[in-house]
Design a binder for this molecule. Structure first.
Ligand SMILES: [Zn+2]
Length: 167
């Protein structure tokens, strides 16, 4: 085990959404930086990975591109899920609160996120400063399948919703 991994483990939060590999060999990491390849290509006219019923271009894509502000905690949750589903690690990092953001994030290329269920939410509206969203996200990796149940906490600072942590 590399020293970097040990330090990474010490800083790790309790199960941030979704599980991801933090540490990789530095050569791989360099390769990622040079050629960030989306996990799956989703076009604007495709249905949004968050399964809102809207197209990607009408739903989460404008948030990823920074052309629209995220109005609610739920929309941030959905757009972060879509970012995981499309391999947008940069968006996941940029919407993470500075006090809890990991120093490095490498998405697992072999994991496919294929379904999101929003189960409950508290506050998180356009005029709130805090909110939480309970959800279940479903993944498959080769022949394996599973899901992650998490209650994510969000805060709104300077008009921007940010992910804090999940239980
Ligand atoms: Zn969406």
């Amino acid at each position: 085990m590399e020293l970097r991994e040990v330090r990474g483990a010490a800083r790790r939060q309790r199960q941030p959404f979704p599980p991801h590999r933090r540490a990789r060999r530095s050569a791989d990491r360099r390769a990622d930086r040079v050629a960030p390849t989306p996990v799956s290509e989703v076009a604007s006219a495709d249905r949004c990975p968050c399964l809102s019923g809207e197209t990607f271009g009408e739903c989460c894509e404008p948030f990823h591109l920074g052309t629209r502000a995220v109005p609610t905690a739920e929309r941030l949750m959905r757009s972060r899920y879509s970012a995981y589903a499309t391999g947008r690690a940069d968006y996941v990092i940029s919407t993470w609160h500075p006090t809890t953001v990991p120093s490095d994030l490498v998405l697992d290329d072999d994991t496919r996120w294929y379904r999101l269920d929003i189960l409950a939410k508290e506050s998180g509206g356009p005029f709130d400063t805090e909110g939480s969203v309970l959800f279940e996200a479903f993944w498959r990796r080769g022949d394996e399948r599973g899901s992650q149940l998490e209650k994510s906490r969000f805060v709104r600072e300077d008009g921007r919703w940010l992910y804090v942590d999940g239980l």
